[in-house]
Write a protein that binds this ligand. Structure first.
Ligand code: RUQ
Ligand code: CUA
Length: 641
């Protein structure tokens, strides 16, 4: 098996990684230079473009033959995976282990097949959330109760416009979006456990506070915040502003700590400035202490939100219970995640080959938060994110090496500090094995890794580049989500399949199928729109407004024709009265940009202006029966006198 490095072969990869050995360009750059301030980020970027030079001698698929990931036609997967869609602004739902895409859930942008952003309710929701036509989803996190998935919601950030959205997991649809005040570039998203008390939005871009045209050119005084959002109301309860920027975050599992990485302690505005210093911080937010400060009125209200000062000089950080503890970690850490047992928060070095392991219990006790660092294993080049199997192993993506490294957390703790690399290039004895992935992985996620009880069987590596792995489709390539079996510590990790994906999954959450209970048809009680029975069909005309109420079923709408006057504002309230699961209709109106989706027992409303006289065939866009094409009626718009 050429794709893994067995434990006893560890020496062979001490001085150079497999990727480095095989990559002619890589080996021309002395590694030491690589890690120098400023150069590293650029080197990382250029290497992302040259991993296609890696020779392709893997026989992964043959090796994968004995791992059973086959889900026969008609059978169901064991897990749901929720993958973000990046700047497509959506969430994708996969079945695991088949890697079949089961559904897409539009979040921040309109999507016509689901009528999302076309009916009145969803278009008002998007409008109230800022009215942007797109978003950038990175981190889907699923709500938990008692540190286990409770099947209620998924949350996801919008990095582009500083927002957080909630997805209802009964209906698999976005039901709330909050535009987070004082935050630009909400990047990290995660829940404070055990019971999802808050959803945290982590502000990445530092801006003047408030960002109202003052202090434009005073980057020293730009700040970023974390926002604590109530998952029920989606209100921002409070924010904490900090020094430096923030990147990713993870909540601890026992309610006290929230961790965020950051890569710009320098307060710079250029790439080289942001990576000048050899260290940055993991910030550990002491949530109960912050709540006490809010309670005591120790905040400034900015744009309607209590903002607590968590900068290093803040009086709230000088007493014996500081609200934010700044832990020094090697430069520009990226991912941070809390281990299933809540013992450690592990931050990945990104521009440094190490991960930093912070002991959560010690963090509360030590005077100097750096004393809570209990391990710093050297893992490989470009460590980004870490997931867990529940058997004491961590799995970290190595962006530059194009690998996933499996390592033993306790072994790393025992080896520390004797294993501290002098020059950053000795691999930690805690490394168990590495597997090549194709290519340049960002996040990875293991089944239920974010809970207290990961399943330890499947892991997905979300690779940014697919290069030559699929049929060419033009200059924009698909990305590659690779399924890896991690259930057998003896045999090692096995690459099982490649899955092309559209730009661009960042993070994911994998949830056991039995923890979700999605509805098969809508319950009209859950929504405000009026349910229209066939005998309640009506057309109400009032001062230039026409309200049409009608049902839909195979193969008709409540009215064969509807006549309005040019210039009328028209509202259609339409119910799909079908009880049969999977029989959807829609109301599509040509040349009026109208298309609303109607699943069984669903009612939607849409309002538009009839401004062009003529005849318009309203039709159903879901193929619902043999007479689907006949399912249409006329909208007649009479010219104004
Ligand atoms: S980030 S590739 Cu937006 Cu989670 Cu790390
Ligand atoms: Cu209803 Cu097609």
């Amino acid at each position: 098996m050429s794709d893994t490095t067995p434990t006893d072969d560890r020496d062979a990869i001490d001085s150079e990684t497999t990727a480095e050995k095989r990559d002619p360009l890589f080996s021309r750059i002395p590694r030491r230079d690589f890690m120098k301030a400023g150069a590293a980020a650029g080197a990382m970027g250029s290497l992302a473009g040259c991993t296609g030079l890696l020779s392709d001698d893997d026989d992964d698929l043959a090796a994968a033959g004995d791992v059973d990931s086959y889900v026969p036609p008609g059978e169901h997967d064991d897990y749901y995976a929720f993958l973000s869609g990046g700047h497509s602004g959506e969430i994708r739902v996969y079945g695991i282990p088949s890697m079949r895409q089961l559904m897409r859930i539009p979040v921040f942008g309109r999507e016509s097949a689901r009528g999302y952003g076309y009916d009145d309710r969803t278009s008002e929701m998007l409008e109230d959330a800022g009215g942007y036509s797109w978003g950038d989803t990175h981190h889907p996190r699923v709500s938990q109760t008692d540190n286990d998935y409770d099947g209620r919601w998924a949350f996801v950030n919008d990095k582009a416009n500083g927002r957080m959205a909630r997805i209802d997991l009964e209906y698999f649809e976005t039901d709330a979006i909050v535009d987070i005040p004082n935050q630009q570039g909400t990047h990290g998203a995660c829940c404070l456990l055990p019971d999802t008390k808050y959803v945290f939005g982590v502000g990445e871009f530092r801006v003047p506070m408030p960002n109202d045209g003052q202090d434009l050119d005073d980057p020293e005084n730009y700040t970023s915040t974390i926002a604590a959002i109530n998952p029920e109301t989606m209100n921002v309860e409070w924010e904490v502003l900090v020094d430096g920027n923030m990147d990713n975050g993870d909540g601890s599992k026992q309610g006290r700590w929230f961790f965020a990485t950051g890569y710009n302690s320098e307060s710079a505005t250029t790439e080289s400035g942001m990576s000048a210093s050899d260290t940055d911080w993991v910030k550990a937010f002491d949530v109960p202490a912050i709540e006490d400060a809010v309670e005591a009125g120790e905040y400034e209200e900015i744009n309607g939100v209590p903002v607590v000062d968590g900068t290093r000089d803040s009086p709230l950080n000088s007493g014996d219970r500081p609200i934010v503890r700044y832990v020094d970690v090697a430069k520009s850490p990226h991912g941070v995640s809390v281990t299933p047992d809540n013992q450690y928060a592990i931050a990945s070095g990104k521009l440094d080959p190490t991960a930093t392991v912070i002991d959560i219990e010690q963090l509360a006790e030590v005077d100097d938060p750096n004393d809570a660092i209990v391990a710093r294993p050297s893992l490989g080049m470009g460590p980004l994110h870490t997931a867990y199997d529940g058997r004491g192993h961590a799995y970290t993506t190595l962006f530059i090496d194009s690998q996933v490294v499996k390592w033993d957390i306790e072994e790393a703790v025992e080896a520390y500090p004797d294993d501290e690399p002098e020059d950053g290039d000795q691999e930690s004895p805690a490394v168990v094995e590495k597997i090549d992935v194709h290519y340049n992985p960002g996040h990875l996620i293991a089944a239920e890794s974010y809970t207290a009880d990961p399943q330890g069987d499947w892991l997905i590596s979300l690779n940014k580049l697919s290069k030559d792995r699929f049929l060419p489709v033009g200059p924009m390539h698909p990305e590659n989500d690779q399924l890896i079996y991690i259930g057998d510590d003896e045999e090692g990790m096995k690459l099982v399949k490649d899955t092309p994906s559209y730009a661009e999954p960042h993070d994911a959450s994998i949830v056991s199928a039995d923890k979700l209970d999605p509805a098969k048809v809508y319950d009209p009680e859950d929504y405000d729109e009026e349910y229209i029975e066939p005998d309640a069909s009506d057309i109400i005309r009032e001062d230039g407004h026409v309200h049409v109420k009608m049902h839909s079923q195979r193969n008709e709408f409540g009215f064969q024709e509807v006549t309005v006057q040019e210039g009328d504002e028209v509202t259609f309230t339409v119910t799909n009265i079908e009880q049969t699961p999977d029989v959807l209709h829609s109301l599509a109106i040509p040349e009026h940009d109208v298309n609303i989706k109607l699943a069984p027992q669903e009612t939607r409303e849409v309002t538009f202006t009839a401004d062009e006289p003529g005849v318009y065939w309203m039709y159903c866009a879901f193929f619902c029966s043999a007479l689907h094409l006949e399912m249409r009626s006329r909208l007649i718009v009479e010219p104004a006198e």
